[in-house]
Design a protein. Sequence first.
Length: 571
Amino acid sequence: MHRRPTNFKLTDLTVNIPSSNRQALTTSTSTSSKQLAQPRWNTLEFKVYYAVVLLVLPIMIWIPVSLSSKSHSNFPFYRSRLEEGWIPGRLIDNSDAQYRSFRNNVPLLSVAVLAHLATKYIASALSKSPPSSQTRKPSSVPSSLTFNLIFALSAVTILHGLNALKVLLILFLNYSIAKYFKGSKMNVLAVWIFNGAVLLGNEVFEGWKLGQWFEGLAWLDSFAGIYPRWNISFNITMLRLVSFSMDYYWACNRNGKEEGVEAIKEISEKQRQSIAHPDSVYSFANFVAYALYPPLYLAGPIITFNDFMWQHRYPHKQAPTSTPIRTYIVRFVISFLTMECIQHFMWVVAIKDRKAWVGLTPAQISMVGFWNLIIVWLKLLIPWRFFRLWALLDGVDPPENMVRCMANNYSTMGFWRSWHRSYNLWIIRYIYIPLGGAKNVIMNTILVFSFVALWHDLTFRLLAWGWLVSLFIIPELLARWLIPSTKYERTTWYRHVAALGAVGNVLMMMGANLVGFVIGTDGAQFFVGELFGTGQGLRFLMGAVACLFVGVQLMFEYREEEHRQGIQRRC
């Protein structure tokens, strides 16, 4: 778990402080400390910033809304991508295939949630072994896990039909490799090669259809369940396979000792990940229950095998009516309705897909790109929160993925730590640290983001995105080295220089994500040409830099306010 930095920095890669000292700031490399800076919210400088926000924010909303009109000249180019909406008089842009598959199936998914929780409650009542038991006595195979195993096998069969046998075969082979090599380094090598080969095979052979290999068995491919594309969701499952194998490898090298866990009153998230279980816990039944756990199977968030098993061996389930869960439900509903409003009033996904930006000004093109990024953020946040809420109701607390709004980031490193947090924790535990961690930051970062890009999709566009992200991290690291905060943070100019550096970070992050997830390399070339090749584009760029400077200063102060209130973000 990464604690928040003690102050705003050129980067989020700052020295951490113990929780007991969260209200203090270090003023130098010495042990002396000072009080947090006085709030700037009521200063003249920030009143000017408020005026800029009140002027610019409505324009940022008005531009995409004005483009999303039936009277606009480009409307005929993307009309076919729109559907009738439930808001009177408005069409809805439900053209993003990834989010559409979730949105259209929310009723069915809700039934699945109710069926899972209700069936588990009834089974638990009949067995007189309620899942909310507060006992601290550990068990290798808790009854709640046995139920989840049975439900998971049923759910995967319904989802994938006969393809469920392919999933189980892959799980069995992965388990066999891990158990055969145990604590040998060959375990690590074999598991990574095997899972990499499976991902590549899934992409090349499109789910290993039987008809491709045995013509006489082609008829079996029609029994593919309600979600035939099992190979698409398997990318998430692959992370769990590696997690089990690596956790077992480390457990073998630790002799499976629980390291005095009996004396720990409350096991923290970090301890649940790092403390090994006895060898009996690493069984095939527990592995399958973990890899196919219904609430997290399709989309995550990702939870490590060790963490998953500790939460089942030491249940700490909250009641569904508890305040944290009720609050989380409200947050999910607000996020979902926000997305609905954007889809009805901003048809930017359809405009982007049809490349209907011909004739638009640089400001209009940039807002199409910006709101596409907001939609990318929301289309991931909403399903992740839905499935995490399902897990919370079942008594499992996986990491929260999105811990900050996309528009509240100024550090490249901090952005990725808070964008897909559970995946980031997985990357750190199973790739970054084993490769040497901070001993070779640049090379390890390139390797990590290359893996991340290829894991998402075997395309040049995603690989280009991964390399761009790696490249854009370097200026932040250099800035931290050249202008260390411990030396200059008390100067009057440091905050403003840091803000200019952060503006560069924001522009680079937006550029990389536009290439990777929105407009691709061709669209990026067109946008850059409009931005730097015209006088109107250059004027807009200068205005955008000024607005981002204001936004970054507000982010800096917002971070300070978090420290004043003792808020600790888990990113």
